[in-house]
Design a protein around this ligand. Structure first.
Ligand SMILES: NC(=O)c1ccc[n+]([C@@H]2O[C@H](COP(=O)([O-])OP(=O)(O)OC[C@H]3O[C@@H](n4cnc5c(N)ncnc54)[C@H](O)[C@@H]3O)[C@@H](O)[C@H]2O)c1
Length: 285
């Protein structure tokens, strides 16, 4: 396992590319929108600079990581020679299936194809390829360079050896992998989304302010961050897409997206990435 390719240079993709390069892999980052690539590089550089400033690692280490990272706007050139491709594009099943079908034809037969989906069926994504045994979920958390968890999502056909190899990659990235059976929302989103949506319903019903609802879980239950702040970090559009999917798949009213979430997304209040969600955030690129 030497060359990793990350597809999608947004909130998650730039972070996955960063930890891959830091772990010593030759890393290529690509995106359907070429302009996303310089912005992602800038974010990675900023994160690494922050790590150096806080004494987490040396400037030489950060420079070496940047040296292993390449951005490439042409998908076919990007995936050439890839051992592991990690997809982090929009949370939309047909779009992911189309990408996996393309990747199947563009990558070598031994390449492993992983999806960072938060909730979608890994089996349905794998079904778009001729190598479902070499497809699995590799679900990172936001911000990727800080959060330790990686959920490895196996569907019925994922080969044991493939799970083992990807577990090794996650460990090399400094992550703690858990293995979860392919089921809607896996372990993390199924639990996290229900808390986030209920907190939004509580804001709608004026039970308390967003800050106080978050504090209830932070100070009362020891959660490091309340569910509304987490939703802002994840992106309210991403949360909405996941909630809609889980509601459809599980048929449980707990997953029905509240009007407040729909309204915020329609108004372009997507959380940290747009500067406003349940909280106000400093503008980032
Ligand atoms: N945001 C989170 O906290 C979080 C956490 C875990 C998992 N995820 C999952 O990770 C994935 C990406 O989420 P994100 O928040 O990084 O999204 P994002 O909107 O920040 O970034 C997605 C990127 O993918 C690119 N893209 C979209 N369609 C493409 C295509 N067909 N080909 C190539 N590039 C394409 C976009 O241009 C964009 O740069 C989703 O599946 C999401 O559910 C998100």
């Amino acid at each position: 396992m030497s060359k990793l390719v990350i597809i999608g240079a947004g909130t998650m993709g730039h972070g996955i590319a960063q930890v891959a390069a830091m772990a010593g892999f030759a890393t290529t980052l690509t995106d359907g929108v070429a302009e996303a690539l310089p912005a992602a590089l800038e974010r990675i550089q900023r994160n690494l600079h922050g790590g150096v400033t806080r004494g987490k690692f040396t400037a030489d280490y950060a420079e070496a990581a940047m040296g292993r990272l390449r951005v490439e706007s042409e998908m076919e050139s990007a995936v050439e020679g890839a051992d592991l491709v990690i997809e982090a594009i929009v949370e939309d099943l047909p779009v992911k299936q189309e990408l996996f079908s393309t990747l199947d034809s563009m990558t070598g037969a031994n390449a492993i194809l992983a999806t960072n989906t938060s909730s979608l069926s890994v089996a349905a994504i794998a079904g778009a390829t001729s190598r479902p045994d070499r497809v699995l979920g590799m679900h990172f958390f936001n911000p990727v360079h800080i959060m330790k968890l990686v959920e490895l999502v196996r569907h019925d056909e994922t080969a044991d050896a493939v799970t083992d190899r990807v577990r090794d990659v996650a460990v090399r990235m400094g992550k703690e992998p858990i293995v979860v059976r392919d089921s809607p929302g896996f372990a993390s989103s199924r639990l996290g989304v229900v808390l986030g949506l209920e907190a939004m319903r509580m804001v709608e019903q004026r039970v308390a302010s967003a800050e106080d609802i978050d504090k209830a879980l932070e100070l009362g239950y020891g959660h490091p961050m309340g569910p509304l702040r987490v939703s802002d970090l994840v992106g309210l559009d991403v949360r909405l897409a996941i909630a809609e999917y889980l509601y459809k798949e599980l048929g449980d009213p707990h997953y029905e997206p509240p009007a407040l979430l729909r309204n915020k997304v329609a108004a372009g209040e997507l959380g940290k990435k747009t500067g406003k969600g349940f909280y106000k955030w400093p503008k980032t690129k």
